[in-house]
Design a protein. Sequence first.
Length: 367
Amino acid sequence: MQIFHIKGVHIDGVTACVPERKIDNETSLRQLYKEEAKLIMESTGIRTRYLANPGTSSADLCIACAKKLMEGTGTEPEEIGGVVFVTFTPDRLMPFNASLVQERLGLSKEIPAFDISLACSGYAYGLYIASTFVNASGKKVLLLDGDIQSAYMSKYDKSTVPVMADAGTATLISPAADDTEWKFTFYTDGKGREALMIPGGGSASPTKVEDFEYHDFEDGGRRRNIDIYMDGFAIFKFVAMDVSKWLERFLAEIEESAQSIKFFVPHQANMYMIKKLARKLKFAWENTWQSGDAVGNSASATVPVTIAREGTNRLDERTEQKILISGFGGGLSASAGVITLDSEAYYEFFQYEGKKNKGEKQNEEIS
């Protein structure tokens, strides 16, 4: 197992937003599951989800978060030394989202700015990479993480509709004088890549007219070739069998445990799955942060969404707290990190209300 070490960095703040449309999951699921809708909702534990209006992009959500974060931390554009944008649903295949961030935020033209295409495991990857740029440059780096999964989700698909949602986030990483060490590790099993995928599009399968036609599948789903396909059982097996053992080994390797780490912030795949994972790692449920029940599964953004929602109320005012973060899903891939957070950082969670006319209030903080 490879362990990646980072010292001399600090998280100044995390902001997150959900998009315009709030979906009551039981009502939504009645269209697919009829009388079984309540049972399905209870099994996933997801009561509500948020979906973007047509035309709202991953960059829109993340830039709104970045503006809130820079304002809340008193950070000026010239202080930003890099942008890392984690998304598998960019505004365009080309150019990359980070270039739009640079322009809209008025950042220097002489900074590294790039996207990382990852799904549910992406946040820890982005946090590690952004931190290496902080170490190398001595400047603050913006990590943006967000997806509009609804743009690639069939409303008739029984595997994705109960859980998937949209969100955007921003994390500000800065140089730190202390020698607090973060530790990361990563995992990839490409044999399972077809368990979570978008079949159509890309250079291997360029989009065709017929990719926009709906088809019925043996798994009970009805979707297009450009929609997300998820084998829910395969993903659950991957997390229950592979990821749980891998995380146990990671903690053993770095000599940490649920006793030495204060909180666990897992990817919010669904509430049943993360309960099983927390129990396996011996984290008490009250020390396992959750947001998926209220906002849904927004891919890799679920980790920073959860931190933004819970950070202010959960962190001790006196000291930095050790946190285990982990993401897992498409690839198949997983990521994990033991990092530190403190209550002095800026945390905010709000609802993005779309593109407003000049002078109108755009976003409101929500609990």
